[in-house]
Design a protein around this ligand. Sequence first.
Ligand code: HEM
Length: 537
Amino acid sequence: MDQSKSNENAKDQQLEPFRVDNDGTKMTTNQGLKVSNDEDSLKAGVRGPTLMEDFHFREKMTHFDHERIPERVVHARGFAAFGEFELYESMQEYTKAKFLQNPHKKTPVFVRFSTVVGSLGSMDTARDVRGFATKFYTEEGNYDLVGNNIPVFFIQDAMKFPDLIHAVKPEPHNDMPQAASAHDTFWDFVANNQEIAHMVMWVMSDRAIPRSFRMMEGFGVHTFRLINDKGKSRFVKFHWKPVLGVHSLVWDEAQIIGGKDIDFHRRDLWEAIEIGDYPEFELGVQILEAEDEFKFDFDILDATKLWPEELVPVRKIGKMTLNRNVDNVFAETEQVAFHPGNVVPGIDFTNDPLLQGRLFSYLDTQLLRLGGPNFAELPINRPVCPIHNNQRNGFHRQTINLGKVSYHKNSLANNTPATSTAKEGGYVHYEEKVEGRVTRARSKSFDDHFSQARLFWNSMSSPEKRHIINAFSFELGKVKSQSVRQQVVNMFVHVDKEMATMIADNVAVQRPTGEQSKVTASSPALSQAHTISVPQT
Ligand code: HEM
């Protein structure tokens, strides 16, 4: 089947008029003029200089000169596909989001998988977190679930994100290493920002070298809210569970494959879809009643902590099937703009200070990356529902707004866009009660950096533990600063003394003298949770 011609859902239909197939038609300039020669520039004589009046040469070269746009500041390397999300059961009790009401309802989606650190041309199998971003084209507007394949994050507050990325990206004086955490600045950041401990355990595990995008979990990471039509709010964490299960490479495989085929993961995704072996992921939710907000020894606003699945089970509510490759990687995969702030009625934010900062950052960066304020008009970013507002002009504006009135409110026109009440589908933010002093403080439990890191370690099988020790030894072994190596080993004694000792021996620093810190969590909640779902190797 020529999938690029399929017209199966609202998004496909919307994209159709933008698809241009040359179809053997004659070459023209961008002004529509037929071109008589596309090989020789216009010259004064056979051997003379090229003439300024060669508009075809100038247009062709100028367009080429401007082909590149900035790569994403993070998650630059990615690959994407179209698909559909089908709901299993009504979530009406929990949310009024329309795409979560009727069982079997199908919603078009676009999903982009990515690595975080590497640049656009880096290798797929690098040890790294993978992005897992989904755009649901719902009848109420776009809903973006911009997640990762690891359920926790490096830091707790968005204020530190630029520092984290400066530390993990190639070092500025020599631009090395290109796509790895095996360097001084990353590990120096680790030792001096110890809330990172839990995330680093995941990144040193096999989770950071997935076998395939089709075999990864996805996590919304933050705590979000679901709001039902009665205005009741509950907390929620989102999960994607791959139907094929979670599978990883081992390190030597990742290295060899990366050397032979840097496109390993994108090729795997592309080919699976081309032959009709469609990747599937079930959407899971962990739901917490509002009154249980303080039931854990950790703060649910802390993105370095997960909700153990034994305590808050994951309920699978639907399935996403990726069934169509993109027609053009630049137009679709590169120009897509995901944003955690793209929500629909029934889904809302919490005060997680990492999420709050993300709500600013994505739109801000896309204004630069995609050349101004009109990138929502790009075909891949357009919602499938109508757009009406008083926003006007700006670079690359395509919409031709009619009429003379472009402001709210007015008495001159009776067809300017009016706002909607909540009942009519207008987005109304959850009326959370907020009070307190203006401060840069955080919850005390944010300072417990090691309890969940240790739970993760304890949940690992022996081969998985060996892989983690080997990964630490490889990555840390590349650090030039003896002091940084020592600090890291001294830090990870708080996760497990034996582990830290073995790493110390492997990276030639002194064995840590400190002791494992006591697990500060005292509630049955955390101390009962010994197993966290782990990769099958
Ligand atoms: C991409 C910022 C945390 C997942 C990006 C981009 C920025 C950014 C600026 C590039 C967007 C673009 O150019 O279109 C931040 C900040 C964070 C943060 C400031 C914390 C304060 C997270 C977390 C997750 C995440 C916690 C996962 C839950 C992603 C993904 C992409 C991305 C998947 C790539 C989206 C795509 O494929 O286009 N982030 N990020 N980020 N981020 Fe974050």
